[in-house]
Design a protein around this ligand. Sequence first.
Ligand SMILES: CC(C)(COP(=O)(O)OP(=O)(O)OC[C@H]1O[C@@H](n2cnc3c(N)ncnc32)[C@H](O)[C@@H]1OP(=O)(O)O)[C@@H](O)C(=O)NCCC(=O)NCCS
Length: 113
Amino acid sequence: MGIGVLHPDGANRAIWPSGSSHVLLRGFSIDTRCQGQGIGTTATGAAVALAQRAYPLSDAIVLTVHVDNIAGQRAYARAGFAHTGRTVPGRTGEEYVMSRPLHPAKASTAAMR
Ligand SMILES: CC(C)(COP(=O)(O)OP(=O)(O)OC[C@H]1O[C@@H](n2cnc3c(N)ncnc32)[C@H](O)[C@@H]1OP(=O)(O)O)[C@@H](O)C(=O)NCCC(=O)NCCS
């Protein structure tokens, strides 16, 4: 039905300039017969939850999405991803870099210290 890869510290410096601990979500795709039914949105949330469990020490989850891929951008936004303001060249054109904190509670606790 779908596939995606979680790659710890897998982003290059153009995508994730700080180099801080992160998880790259890549190769994310839903079977064409199943698209447009909310599965991509649900699966993105599941990928975030999996990354939270598997990588408790990582700060963020990051991905790139083609500028014309509105369905992808909306699915990712619904799962808490936001545009970083960066773009990178992809195989078929410019891609937005989107990310979200992986452990928001930990980040806010650290900010209070
Ligand atoms: C991008 C992709 C993962 C999204 O999965 P999906 O199951 O089709 O997405 P959803 O059904 O959850 O819809 C996500 C949002 O996109 C919108 N959407 C769906 N198809 C759309 C289309 N063709 N054009 C514009 N918006 C679209 C939905 O309305 C929804 O927005 P909303 O929640 O604001 O209403 C899927 O289409 C896909 O695998 N595409 C091919 C590969 C790809 O582009 N992968 C992403 C690489 S970064």
